[in-house]
Design a protein around this ligand. Structure first.
Ligand SMILES: NC(=O)c1ccc[n+]([C@@H]2O[C@H](COP(=O)([O-])OP(=O)(O)OC[C@H]3O[C@@H](n4cnc5c(N)ncnc54)[C@H](OP(=O)(O)O)[C@@H]3O)[C@@H](O)[C@H]2O)c1
Length: 259
């Protein structure tokens, strides 16, 4: 089954992507290649992950137009010329002439946001980036400023979000402003998998605790998720979220969990 998309300001984002933090070398390349072969279309990487070349090698075997590639510029490269150079190096390593989504990986209060946004806008004008967004922007003021400064929509904020983490305020903002919220560490790096509630619901639906935790995320308006997985079983499980339903009552129960 094809992974559905959610659309934010004209940017169609497949609602499940493959996170690649800590995937390096040969394992990164084979995992990404396997994932795309299984049906993943959305890959999340970053200059900081030191794996863009491997991601690039893996995706070179597939139709570029079907893929949605996100990368990020690290917080020590947010001045205009540093940012431009970092984005160019990412493109080079990925073997692409354009990424679908480029994010500021982490805010840096020492660099005026205007400078960074100006670089991002120029990259869009040059056709090297289709859409722009941010990551680890935690409050309305930061997001408001980014949106005000940019000629192009800030389509996405990538933040930590999983069962047991309350994001209701940020989500309200994102829904009101048409910004997508990408849930990183959507399995809390394994922390949600041994919870009684995810295990009970997994039994009820005949799914795994990981699938329950991811289903809860992708059912939410404006939310997409980028679980990292390296085993083939996990890769498959994390895609199989769309041909079954969870009852409202169970989704609400997950809402109340605190880890
Ligand atoms: N923007 C940021 O600052 C930021 C920060 C952190 C993460 N991220 C992004 O978010 C991605 C995901 O977050 P994460 O890597 O921190 O952790 P995560 O996705 O919450 O958890 C990954 C762990 O869960 C396991 N797993 C995956 N699917 C599973 C399943 N169905 N059942 C049981 N276990 C499963 C994986 O095992 P195996 O590998 O053995 O399959 C791995 O150990 C990152 O890779 C990165 O792309 C972004």
């Amino acid at each position: 089954m094809e992974v559905p998309v959610k659309t934010f300001s004209g940017c169609d984002v497949p609602v499940v992507g493959l996170g690649t933090w800590k995937l390096r070398g040969e394992i990164c390349e084979t995992t990404v290649r396997k994932a795309v072969g299984l049906g993943y279309r959305h890959i999340d990487t970053a200059a900081f992950y030191q794996n863009e070349s491997r991601v690039g090698d893996a995706i070179s075997h597939f139709d570029r137009e079907r893929l949605f590639i996100t990368t990020k510029v690290w917080k020590d490269k947010l001045e205009y010329s540093d940012f431009m150079a970092s984005a160019e190096r990412s493109l080079d390593r990925l073997g692409l002439d354009r990424v679908d989504l480029l994010l500021i990986h982490w805010p840096n209060p020492d660099v005026p946001l205007e400078e960074t946004i100006s670089a991002m806008n120029d990259l869009v004008d040059e056709g090297k980036v289709s859409h722009i967004g941010v990551s680890n922007f935690e409050d309305d003021e930061q997001l408001d400023l980014a949106r005000e400064l940019s000629d192009y929509p800030i389509v996405n904020d990538q933040v930590e979000y999983h069962v047991g983490k309350d994001r209701s305020e940020l989500l309200d903002y994102c829904r009101n402003k048409g910004v997508g919220l990408t849930a990183y560490s959507p399995l809390a790096q394994g922390g949600v998998l041994d919870q009684k509630v995810t295990n009970d619901l997994a039994d009820k639906y005949g799914k795994s605790p990981g699938q329950v935790a991811l289903k809860w995320l992708v059912e939410q308006e404006n939310v997409i998720a980028i679980p990292k997985a390296s085993s083939e079983d996990h890769l498959r499980e994390n895609l199989n979220l769309f041909d079954w339903e969870m009852e409202e009552e169970d989704l609400s129960t997950l809402e109340e969990v605190s880890l």
